[in-house]
Each structure stands twice: as structure tokens, then as C-alpha cells.
Design a protein around this ligand. Sequence first.
Ligand SMILES: [Zn+2]
Length: 390
Amino acid sequence: MSVVFKRGYVLGTGIADLVIENGIIAAIGRDLTSKRAINAAGKLIAPGFVDTHQHMTQAPLRGFGADMTLGHYLTEVVHHIGASLSTEDVRTSVRLAAAEAMNAGVTTVLDWSGVSDQKQSEVAFEALNETGLRVVFGHSNPDAMHPQAGAVASLGPDYLSIDDTARHIATARNLGLITSMHVGGQKGGGVRLLHEAGLLGPDLHFVHGNRLEDDEFTMLVDAGSTLTVTPVTELMMGHGALAYRRFAEAGGEPALGVDVQINNGPDMFSEMLNCLTHERIHGELPARDMLRAATVNGAKAIGLGDTIGSLEVGKRADIIMLTGLEHLFDEDPAVLEGAVATSVGVQDVHTVLIDGVLVKHEGHLVDHDLRELRELVVEIAHRTLAAASR
Ligand SMILES: [Zn+2]
């Protein structure tokens, strides 16, 4: 598809035209033409959001655990509910999660898949691939990796022995993949163990980090390892203070993720706002930094920094258009970007393109019916919640 978005406010540039050709941002400038033109006047054109940590199969259980601690979640959701999903449930669940993500302007998700059964992993991967969402599939069975997985999803050193963690990292390195793991949600010291074992590196992506010790952030930054903070889930479940500021002050570029939907809507607007309000308890922090965290930092965190995450000629066209911000187009860009991080929501996501393909336009998903998908998961939710209460 070749298309030009006419006279929108292009984030980082100002009022301009933006041309997409063959799924790539081909040009940004004035008076550009293409076969097809879309009027973008009055809309903000921004990079799509990158959710670097979600467990997509849990989408049917949205809101089930608003009072759950991490311990409750692990025993009630992960152990019971995870085990009760059929292969068909997995397919429906990830389709819902993908549709919700795209509806909210999320163009890439790292799915830290809780599915380790080989058949179910294949189905999850196939289903996600058909949705149009850009997915990095983190496979949580490192001993039988899906050939097209994008990451090894390892429980990491807080939950596994250092030898098992090392084995997962070695599997990923042999395949040229990143390893994504939870660390510091319950205790510190996990990064130190990996550091002492000589295992840290730029291919390691960590999630949470709340209870890491100060020098562990420096170890991460020195090794080029990346960190995703999942503000709502961490604050709701009592992981402790967010690690965003500590990692940033050590020189890191924190990313943001949704994590689980049991206590959380599946969008990055609430993650940006909750992160900002929490971290401002400790001092000033520019709101626009949250937008960077939710876009370009996210892309870098999962190894896609050269491909997506910003509006640059040559990058893949993962783009959103937002309404409701036109009154700020003449203001300092920091004001406009701060408004995206704090003052708009899913209802303002007008258009979404992924890899140059239109997946949402004029406020509606092109190929997905959210209401129908939600109806399909009601039965899954009833059955799995019954299993949890036994
Ligand atoms: Zn998680």
C-alpha cells in the first residue's frame, strides 16, 4: 500500500505530510503525494505504542484480581486458571488480547506466553500472527522452542536456580533471541547473581525490578540489559515502589508494559499516567518521558530499536493517529507530548497502522469485532474462574 497522511501534526516534526510505501515510512515533509491520501488535519500522528510485557492468554480474566497480591495471583491465576485453558481457549484469548491492544493504539506486544504446551504454543503463535498485531512471541518452554518464537520467556533467577536460568539464556543465545524474565518483583539480588555468573548482556530484557538493590541497576546499564516497568500491576499487587526512576537515573531507558489484565485495562495510557504520578512523589519528572518509554524505549528494550518505535524515514510504519489534541499544536512539543502521556485515552485512538496496514480507522477496528470476541470469552472466564475457586 502506498498512502500519504496529509497535514497532520507529525510527532517530532510539526504539521507535515507522511508517506508510507511498502510498509515503510518513506518520507515526511511538505506537499507530498501518493496514490491514496488520508486527511490527517487536526490529528496527532505518533509512533504506535510498544507494550513490552503482557501475558496475553489472560485477557478473558480482565478485572478478576483487583484485590490480589502477587502471591494470590500466582496461586489462583497462574496455577489454576493457566492449567484449565484448552487449545481453543488459547486461540480465542490471544485474539481478544491482540484486538484490544490494537484498539488502544498498541502496535507491538511482547507476549510473555504462559503457554508451555507445544500444541498450544503453536496455536497461540498462529492466532497472533493472523491478527495483524506485531508480536514478539516469548516462548516459556525453552526446552522445546517454537521455531518462530521471538524471545525465550524465562522465569529468571527469582524463581529458578542460576543453572536453569543460565541454560535458558544459552538457548536464546544459540538461536539469536533475547531472553525476557521477571526480576525483583518479590526480592532483590537476582541481577547480582546473573552478574556474578557473567551472564548479563544487551540481549537480556528484565521486567519489574522493584526490589533490586542500587548497584544492580548499574550492573544492568553497564551490560546494556533492558528493563520494563509495569506500573499498574506492580502498584496494585504490592511489588513495591516502581523501578522507573532508579533505572533511568542509573543511565537506563525504561520501557513500559501492561503485564496482566486481572487488575488493569490493556492500554498504555494508564501505564504512562500511573508511572508518572508515582514517580513524581520523588521529584520532578517530564511527562513526555513517559511517551518515550511507551514507544522508542520499548522498541529498544525488545531488540526492535532499528525497526520501530519512532517516526523516522526507513522505519516500519507502525503509526497511530490521535484526536483531541489540536488545541496544543502551537505549543511547545513538550506540552503536546506530555498531554499524550497524561490526558488522552483509548477513545482518542482514531487510526492505527501496523507495518503500513490499516488495522483501525475512524475509531473502529478493521478486521476484528471486539464485542463478538468478548462474548466468546465469557464462557472461558466462567469455566476458569470456577476452577480457581475450587
Ligand atoms: Zn509478568
